[in-house]
Ligand binder design. Structure first.
Ligand SMILES: Cc1cc2nc3c(=O)[nH]c(=O)nc-3n(C[C@H](O)[C@H](O)[C@H](O)COP(=O)(O)O)c2cc1C
Length: 151
């Protein structure tokens, strides 16, 4: 059993729905998850989570949704090293925009700066290509569970 912190960035609810599906799948496999639509370092530090799984949409022009932005900024300001901690990013976006999945990229960069590790590259889910983002996320999740939660 692993404990996983799932910070969510969403504007219109799609990423939240995806995060909820992902959380259900993880829970079914015996893991313990916290899905957080108002994420913060305080919440991250409530327990020693084994892994972090970011699920975020992109808004504006490659921007992080308002509900996730404080966490992103806080991580940059406080800089709590996550050395060796496995993380994953499920990035929702729309390739008709210039900065496709820009928020997912920014979160990924920040976690790399904090020395976390990504055993599986982030997945990008394109709203122009799929109407079932949760299925795409669950497909990617299988590998993430096998690799990131293995030890
Ligand atoms: C106003 C607006 C701006 C957006 N900007 C981007 C963007 O810059 N890059 C991108 O990849 N997707 C962009 N998107 C697409 C959303 O990230 C995508 O539709 C996502 O699935 C929405 O998830 P949500 O319902 O959780 O907010 C934008 C969508 C809207 C409505």
């Amino acid at each position: 059993m692993k404990t996983i912190y799932i910070p969510v960035g969403t504007v219109t609810g799609t990423a939240q729905a995806v995060a909820d599906q992902v959380a259900s799948a993880l829970t079914e496999q015996g893991h313990q998850v916290v899905v957080d639509a108002a994420p913060s370092i305080a919440h991250l530090n409530v327990q020693a989570f084994d892994a972090i799984l970011v699920v975020t949409a992109t808004t504006g022009q490659g921007d992080i949704p308002d509900n996730l932005l404080p966490f992103y900024s806080e991580l940059g300001d406080v800089f709590p090293l996550q050395t060796g901690k496995p993380f994953g990013v499920i990035a929702l976006g729309d390739s008709s925009y210039m900065n496709f999945c820009g928020a997912g990229e920014k979160m990924e960069e920040r976690l790399f700066e904090l020395q976390a590790v990504a055993p599986v590259p982030k997945v990008t889910i394109d709203a122009t290509e799929t109407v079932t983002p949760d299925d795409d996320a669950l497909f990617w999740l299988k590998e993430w569970i096998e690799v990131a939660l293995a030890s």
